[in-house]
Design a protein around this ligand. Structure first.
Ligand code: GCU
Length: 602
């Protein structure tokens, strides 16, 4: 919006209004939301597409489509009415609009949502609207008041509406903008569908006037029986009591908040059972602070690197992984439900994986929750993907903010062992400086996990030397290669060799080939299942010889939509590198990988 009207004085006002909002104090982000009481706002919301962005009008704080609020009805001879939510069609929330309406399949731009809701606020509480995610930018209005904005399509945000809502009937308007622009994260081009909309659940969350807005509880680094962490209480004076209980360990601890509302814990847990893929032990914990109580189910484990090894609970581990997009199985569109998560991670488990790469953006929180339970370690990633606007400070801000939101939401999931800062970014000094800033932010927010990125592998002849300068900032080096697909022939793959001058653990974070499920032919014919299967078999002959390889996440679990994949009768808007088709058909290579991992487990 700002980009479209930079020249006029009015828009300068708009720009400064938005600029103010964008740099305002970090809004609250409640953690562990799925353990709090919520009033769902999911269901049908009216919508009005607004490709010409008419809706902003002259007053951004009254932007319910030029003030045509939801109840306006046309009165003969009355004011001109061209927008009326009440008479407009509906979209299901959560859900992207592209896969719900043929007329919105390729839609990119501004679209307005509206629904009514009833609430009876409790005195002395805070009321928030919690959005699981909105792609890409969101501007939220309640009863025609502008309550919050958010940028970033895959991380949650909370809008405080205490004092804005009335006791009884209210209405919410959400202006959602999924326009791709150079300065956004991701930027103009990405090999996945730009699904727009309120893509994850929305709910009302009421918390007491002093409430727990963040906590962390982990094993102290280098120990297997010492727990430490903190609880942050908003609204608490210094000296307020916070209690932590872990019933299965017969542990009850008390701490007091400092002047910043933060209470710290550190105590022995002698009989602790560590979390691992083989034994994904979760403990029910309860936190109490004044009138607030927060429960969670968390696991405890250590993750570290030692030379070119990755150590889980002090022992070397090989990460038998798979990459996957947050694409809904069978129906396509954005994944969001528990059923979607169970299907996707169920396939990973069926492959004998102990690791998943959630590409290329933070996935729905229920997948992390399920990974905790299933014992799947997680590579979690922000969409700093391909050629980002490296020298634009607001772009760095929004990348940092998405990183902060991802870590804030998921830092209590034992399954998450590494944060990925980027994917396949072209090497340059500006890119190195940008991602270095992200590495500093990640280590500051979460010193307990590993930092990685997926980097393009460049071969000189048949040798790859893994010396991208980005590696200086990383604990684990992720490298993508498509030998046998984008370069070289499948039969030549075993001849390639790898050098690791940095001496850090390496994960081959992508390799694979396309195949249309059910298309069979000679292994020399691209897009047959046989071709894809042969690429996997040849890859294993090469990968098995890399002494510092500590994991792999082949590309990709399931076919997913991408506007870059248009080959009729084969791709038809889908990237076909999936081991499973978008309809759930397992291809030959699925069983080859399954067998390879099964043998690795022995
Ligand atoms: C790249 C990229 C993926 C993409 C894949 C492909 O490596 O990381 O997002 O889908 O290649 O070309 O299929």
């Amino acid at each position: 919006m700002v980009r479209m009207c930079r020249r006029s004085a009015l828009c300068l006002a708009l720009f400064s209004a938005f600029a103010f909002l964008a740099t305002a104090q970090q809004p609250t982000l409640l953690v562990d939301i799925d353990h709090r009481a919520q009033t769902s706002l999911d269901g049908p919301w009216h919508y009005i597409p607004d490709p010409y962005r008419e809706g902003w009008g002259s007053n951004p704080d009254h932007a319910s489509l030029n003030g045509y609020v939801k109840n306006a009805h046309y009165v003969p001879g009355g004011p001109l009415l061209q927008y009326d939510f009440a008479r407009s069609p509906t979209l299901d929330v959560p859900g992207d609009w592209n896969s719900q309406k043929d007329s919105l399949f390729y839609y990119e731009g501004l679209l307005w949502y509206q629904r009514d809701f009833t609430v009876h606020p409790t005195p002395h509480t805070h009321l928030f609207i919690h959005f699981g995610a909105v792609n890409y930018a969101a501007h939220i209005f309640v009863n025609d008041l502008h309550v919050c904005d958010h940028e970033g399509g895959s991380t949650p945000f909370d809008c405080e509406i205490t004092g804005v809502v009335k006791d009884g009937d209210n209405f919410i308007v959400a202006a959602v903008d999924n326009q791709r622009t150079v300065d956004r994260v991701p930027t103009i081009k990405s090999d996945w569908w730009n699904y727009g909309g309120i893509t994850r659940p929305v709910s009302l969350v009421e918390v007491p006037d002093t409430y727990i807005d963040d906590y962390s509880l982990q094993l102290k680094r280098g120990t297997s029986n010492q727990l430490e962490g903190y609880v942050h209480v908003t609204g608490a004076a210094a000296g307020a009591h916070v209690t932590l209980s872990i019933p299965d360990l017969h542990i009850e601890k008390d701490a007091v908040t400092d002047t910043n509302g933060r209470a710290e814990f550190s105590f022995p847990a002698p009989s602790l059972e560590l979390w691992s893929p083989e034994h994904p032990r979760l403990y029910s914990i309860s936190l109490h602070a004044g009138p607030d109580e927060l429960k969670d189910d968390i696991g405890f484990r250590t993750i570290e690197v030692q030379g070119d090894q990755i150590l889980l609970n002090g022992k070397p581990v090989f990460l038998r992984g798979i990459s996957y997009h947050d694409e809904a199985p069978f129906r396509s569109g954005r994944s969001w439900s528990d059923k979607d998560a169970e299907t996707l991670l169920g396939w990973a488990h069926e492959l004998h994986c102990n690791f998943v790469r959630m590409a290329h953006y933070p996935h729905t929180e229920n997948e992390y929750r399920l990974a905790d339970k299933l014992g799947l370690m997680v590579w979690s990633e922000i969409p700093v993907y391909w050629g980002i606007d490296w020298t634009n400070p607001p772009t760095l801000d929004v990348a940092k903010h998405q990183l902060w939101e991802m870590i804030r939401r998921d830092h209590n999931h034992a399954s998450v062992i590494m944060w990925s800062l980027s994917n396949e970014t072209p090497e340059s000094l500006d890119r190195n400086a940008f991602i270095h800033q992200l590495a500093v932010e990640a280590r500051s927010e979460d010193p307990t996990r590993l930092i990685t990125s997926a980097i393009v592998t460049h071969f000189k002849g048949t040798t790859a030397t893994l010396d991208d300068p980005l590696g200086q900032d990383l604990d684990v080096l992720g490298y993508n290669e498509y030998l046998g697909w984008y370069q070289g022939t499948p039969s030549a793959i075993p001849d390639y060799t790898w050098q690791n001058p940095l001496g850090k653990p390496v994960i081959v974070s992508e390799f694979g080939a396309g195949a249309k499920a059910g298309l069979h032919g000679p292994a020399t014919e691209m897009f047959t299942e046989e071709y894809q299967d042969n690429v996997f078999r040849q890859q294993f002959l090469m990968l098995g010889k890399i002494p510092f390889l500590r994991g792999m996440t082949p590309w990709v679990l399931m076919d997913f939509r991408s506007p870059m994949r248009q080959l009729p009768g084969i791709q038809d808007d889908y990237n076909r590198k999936g081991l499973v088709s978008d309809k759930g058909e397992r291809k030959k290579a699925f069983f080859t990988l399954q067998d390879y991992y099964a043998k690795m487990q022995k």
